[in-house]
Design a protein around this ligand. Structure first.
Ligand code: G3I
Ligand code: 9MR
Ligand code: ZN
Length: 534
């Protein structure tokens, strides 16, 4: 399809659940008009409202107004007209995200490493097994280990512990909270085995993570080549694989996700759950024997792949102990946790994991010291809610957009959902984040590949680049006002922050994809579908 013009009316292009907040953003020639919501089957206007002259949004550099039609709940296909401008068509339906949730999970299957992807499941993106040879230990090159498996991180084929652990944590937490949403029919090799596919997929990553743990409990930071490969399929990256040193951030995140896995697999696979718990405890013991690290993992001169830099490991320690306390109820973990309260916020993400820890602790039975942690957790929620009220798109990011801003947006929604029973229901703000991701944003893009009327077609993703086709179900990074790659430095100079996005495969800082950008969207979709059907 050709380049579509970005309409002056932005909507959630995938559509809205009947009970959700439904807003569109009107700008340009749509302002000062009567906006009409039109049911496309009957041709009738089901709601209209006079639109104002627009409020300034410095992040988009435009004037915008909200058209709120939340009270319309009848299923159907609709569009909005305001004067001469017409929005894309969209649906209101209870099933509007059923394909999207499957596709966002299947994305993880497409990222599998160390396994042949057959045409039955991977269609145009089938490829032989990859990255299966033993990897060299960087610190002791005479030693080689099998660390095959897991998911490729992103548009590159590296496998990074902090990224993989948080991605697996998101989907396990989603399953733990919303089990009914997850089916056995995603279309992966394990579909039909009577285990929800999300658990099969998470286990694929956990099995790899388990290989990344050293005898003493420490967990290696990553396994990659020395440098990023060219735009080849995974089996054609044949550079030597190297295992980079243990980091305390990797070890903390490993303990966190393994403690979650110990709860989640307890019903379906007791032996596996036990193995995860033993490994989590070993990792926590390792942390207890080390001092907080204020430098973090750094790439040596001869390695240039992703760094996942982090100069504070307090939040990772906090998460590890909190999650182990939730899983085991053992007081020693609570005591250890209370000594490492995060000072760097309570966010979710690969760098800051305090949000996972606070959720684990505040949802634990028998937590004795919750008031400070709850107050901090509330500050985080309030900031998300306040930011989302600032401008018409409802974005929870204001002022500047970081690399992977769609992760921040999705995580903010995930955070409010997970904290619902602790901090109260903030569903409206959650809805805003989902609507933003699927098209109600200043770029006009639905950021999920293969979905919506205007979606990324040229992601920075080697299998998509090598085949010339785009794998569906991938969330791209989104606007990045840091302009951290040469392509956007050339084409987006002086662009308002919320519009710093380019659907170009060279733009790795705005248009890459990543496992941990998909995982919070899986959580969001699960939460939204579950809330609709309760
Ligand atoms: O931590 C600082 C924060 O203190 C500061 O306020 C803020 C202001 O911009 O910056 C924060 O650091 C940012 C960091 O992400 C954490 O959000 C850096 O500026 C930013 O450059 C950094 O971007 C990361 C990027 O790698 C470069 O390191 C992305 O989050 C991360 O998703 C991305 O990950 C890459 C892997 O390295 C390789 N594989 C692909 C993957 C996705 O692009
Ligand atoms: O492809 C790489 C991507 O996965 C990373 O996120 C990004 C930043 O670390 O780097 C990409 O690789 C680029 C490299 O940094 C510079 N030369 C061009 C590479 C992209 O083709
Ligand atoms: Zn691989």
């Amino acid at each position: 399809s050709g380049q579509l013009e970005i309409p002056d009316i932005a909507v959630n292009q995938i559509g809205y659940l009947p009970s959700a907040l439904k807003t569109a953003t009107i700008k340009g020639t749509g302002l000062k008009q009567k906006a009409k919501l039109i049911n496309e089957t009957t041709g009738k206007t089901v709601y209209d409202a006079k639109i104002g002259g627009g409020k300034d949004n410095p992040d988009s550099g435009e004037k915008e107004e909200i058209f709120d039609f939340s009270h319309i709940k009848d299923e159907g296909t609709y569009h909005i007209e305001a004067g001469d401008v017409v929005s894309p068509s969209f649906k209101i339906s209870k099933t509007v995200y059923d394909d999207a949730i499957k596709s966002t999970i299947k994305m993880l299957y497409y990222q599998r490493c160390g396994q042949e992807l057959t045409t039955d499941f991977a269609e145009d993106f089938a490829h032989p097994s990859c990255h299966n040879e033993k990897a060299v230990l960087y610190e002791e090159p005479s030693k080689k280990f099998d660390v095959s498996g897991g998911w490729h991180d992103a548009g590159d084929y590296g496998r990074y512990t902090v990224a993989g652990a948080t991605a697996a944590a998101d989907i396990l937490l989603a399953y733990e909270k919303y089990p009914k949403v997850f089916g056995d029919d995603v279309g992966i090799p394990e579909s039909g085995n009577n285990i929800p596919d999300v658990l099969d997929e998470a286990k694929y990553e956990l099995d790899w993570l388990l290989k990344m743990q050293r005898f003493d409990g420490g967990v290696y930071h990553k396994v990659t080549g020395h440098n990023f490969p060219s735009e080849v399929m995974p089996q054609d990256e044949t550079d030597e694989l190297i295992i980079m040193p243990v980091s305390t951030t990797a070890t903390g995140d490993f303990a966190g996700v393994m403690a979650i896995a110990a709860r989640v697999y307890a019903k379906t696979d007791k032996a596996y759950a036990d193995k995860c718990l033993t490994s989590a405890k070993k990792a926590a013991d390792y942390l207890s024997k080390t001092n907080p690290d204020t430098t973090g993992y750094k790439n040596p001169d001869d390695v240039s792949t992703g760094e996942y830099e982090d100069n504070c490991d307090i939040d990772e320690r906090f998460w590890a102990y909190a999650e182990l306390f939730k899983t085991t109820g053992e007081k020693e973990y609570e005591d250890s946790m209370l000594k490492v309260l995060p000072t760097n916020g309570y966010s979710l993400g690969w760098q800051g994991v305090g949000g996972y820890g606070s959720y684990a602790y505040l949802s634990s039975k028998g937590a004795t010291s919750t008031s400070n942690i709850k107050a901090e957790a509330k500050k985080m929620a309030d900031k998300i809610i306040d930011n989302s009220k600032m401008y018409s798109y409802g974005s929870s990011i204001i002022g500047s957009y970081p690399w992977g801003s769609n992760l921040t947006i999705a995580n903010n929604g995930e955070y409010l959902l997970m904290m619902k029973n602790i901090l109260g229901d903030n569903k409206e703000t959650v809805d805003k984040q989902l609507n933003y991701l699927f098209g109600n944003n200043a770029t006009g893009y639905c950021f999920l590949t293969g979905f919506g009327t205007l979606s990324p077609e040229h992601p920075h993703h080697r299998p998509s680049q090598a085949t010339g086709k785009t794998i569906p179900g991938m969330i791209v990074g989104g606007p990045n006002s840091g302009l951290d790659d040469p392509y956007v430095q050339n084409v987006l100079k002086d662009t308002p922050c919320a519009k710093c996005y380019a659907d170009n495969s060279q733009s790795y800082s705005t248009n890459e994809i990543a496992i941990y950008w998909n995982s919070p969207v899986i959580y969001l979709l699960a939460g939204e579908i579950s809330e609709e059907n309760k």
